[in-house]
Design a binder for this molecule. Structure first.
Ligand code: ZN
Ligand code: FE
Length: 257
């Protein structure tokens, strides 16, 4: 499975999964159709699936047009998003499985950013492979999604599921927010040497207009304050020893950052 990253709008990423054997493709969170159609054209591939993580317009905006162009497209989304995702045909919940090409994926129910958000995880099929996590607006490189429809406790439980995956898992999040996230992270975890190193790297990469996505889970566990609710330094930065309260306070500060 080849993964192509397509930058769209201001800071969104669409991910196009290409199975070269069958020459079919799937697309994760198509904000717009046109750049997806261009990529499919360049690959000569047929679109067979749309994997939506949640209903926000910058994740589903291209659904209708892509369905018009490819009659065989199946639209996947969270069961709780019924009625909110254009063209949705498959209603997924925690632990559901699906297949694309020669890869199988597992679904995580990760409410918090929205009440219906799901993530798609493709485990590695060989020891040298990485797992691939498509997590929409739940986990970002260096950050996490805003809590529009969920509580801090829900988000901690959702992020805990993702945090339990292998460190090598690649994190394909839907926005290029990394630099601002890391700048914020330094305000609650500034003595963390891994975070300081990451800041330097991300600043350079963004200076060259390079993407910082995908990230990987090992790095996120070391540097992302929204996965570090049980870290003493992050806890003391927000005067709490309670994981959910720590997360909530860090999230609250980020909302104002
Ligand atoms: Zn969103
Ligand atoms: Fe978004």
């Amino acid at each position: 499975m080849q993964i192509h990253r397509i930058p769209v709008l201001l800071d969104n990423y669409i991910f196009l999964l290409h199975d070269r054997l069958s020459n079919t493709a799937a697309v994760v969170d198509p904000a717009t159709a046109k750049p997806v159609l261009q990529k499919l054209d360049a690959l000569g591939a047929e679109l067979v699936a749309i994997f939506n993580t949640h209903h926000h317009s910058d994740h589903i905006g291209g659904n209708r047009e892509l369905m018009r162009r490819f009659g065989n497209v199946t639209v996947y989304g969270g069961a709780e998003d019924r009625g909110r995702i254009p063209g949705q045909q498959v209603f997924l919940g925690e632990g559901d499985r699906l297949e694309f090409g020669d890869r199988k994926a597992e679904v995580f129910f990760v409410p918090g950013h929205t009440r219906a958000h799901i993530a798609y995880y493709f485990p590695p099929t060989a020891p040298e492979e990485t797992g691939e996590l498509f997590c929409g607006d739940t986990l970002f490189a260096g950050g996490c999604g805003r809590l529009f429809e969920g509580t801090p406790a829900q988000m901690v439980s959702s992020l805990s599921k993702l945090r339990a995956l292998p460190d090598r898992t690649r994190i394909w999040c839907a926005h290029e927010y990394t630099l601002k996230n890391i700048q914020f992270a330094l305000t609650v975890d500034g003595n963390n040497p891994h975070l300081q190193q990451r800041f330097a790297k991300v600043k350079e990469a963004r200076g060259r207009r390079e993407a910082t996505v995908p990230s990987n889970l090992g790095l996120e566990k070391q540097t992302n304050p929204f996965l570090r609710w049980d870290d003493p330094a992050v806890q003391s930065a927000v005067n709490s020893s309670d994981p959910v309260q720590t997360f909530a306070r860090v999230r609250g500060r980020k909302d104002l950052f």
